[in-house]
Design a binder for this molecule. Structure first.
Ligand code: ADE
Length: 237
């Protein structure tokens, strides 16, 4: 999968060099490009924002640097520029508290894409014409990682890339481990234990030491249901 990120803080994404995603980049499973939006601002101060038309607090990101940055990324891609909405087009995601809420199901869907582009906004947002102009050449989605407000799209992009990246075949060593996690079957995960069998007077639930695989599976399912009902009753509904 090709992933491009446009941001005014490219160094923020240095952490993608490490851990499982770093390895996926080394092996070529993920091909990552991080682009500094300010490289596309051509005044002396490399300005990327300005005051909002109509007044109001805060600053809005100017369209010209975004247009130029996205032109460079989308040019030469697999999509046909004359046919917006083509499933072969890159998918451009703008993290935004006003977007569709990111879920495990969305992560699974996005893990099948060939080319994702993340546009990280700052300040009060990006000039609306950037979304409209991009939608002519690519599919565009606004995506929120939850009902709270961040200072910009960088943290949201990191969270989405980690959730999506680990679902790409070959990124996580044992694919079986992806199946048993919270949210994969609509429930929260069961509690896990390892050695020693007793620690600080706390024993591992005896069923896990029984060797009875049926009983262990039943206990784990029961734990999932109990935990989900207690912590996230909305998921059971
Ligand atoms: N930018 C600011 N807040 C955000 C959120 N909750 N999700 C995605 N992007 C954001």
């Amino acid at each position: 999968m090709r992933i491009d990120i446009v941001t005014i803080f490219p160094e923020f994404f240095d952490v993608l060099d490490i851990s499982l995603l770093g390895k996926a980049r080394q092996t070529g499973i993920i091909d990552l490009g991080v682009h500094d939006l300010r490289d596309h601002a051509h005044d002396r101060h490399r300005t990327v924002d300005d005051t909002p038309y109509g007044g109001g607090a805060g600053m809005v990101m100017k369209p010209e640097p975004w247009g130029e940055a996205l032109d460079g990324i989308l040019e030469g891609g697999p999509g046909d520029p004359g046919d917006p909405g083509d499933p072969g087009d890159p998918l451009v995601i703008f993290p935004s508290p006003a977007g569709d809420v990111f879920t495990q199901a969305m992560a699974r869907e996005l893990a099948n894409e060939q080319h994702l582009v993340f546009g990280c906004g700052r300040y009060e947002g990006i000039d609306q014409r950037v979304f409209d102009d991009t939608a002519v050449r690519a599919r565009v989605r606004l995506v929120s990682i939850g009902d709270y407000v961040l200072n910009g799209g960088e943290v949201a992009t990191m969270a989405m890339i980690e959730a999506i990246g680990r679902l790409i075949p070959g990124v996580v060593g044992n694919p079986e481990s992806l199946v048993q996690e919270s949210h994969e079957d609509g429930l929260l995960e069961y509690p896990s234990y390892t050695k020693p069998a007793e620690w600080r007077g706390r024993a591992v639930p005896p069923v896990l030491l029984s060797g009875n695989h049926g009983a262990i599976a039943a206990w784990r399912r029961e734990q999932q249901l109990e935990r989900t009902a207690r912590v996230r009753p909305d998921l059971l509904a």
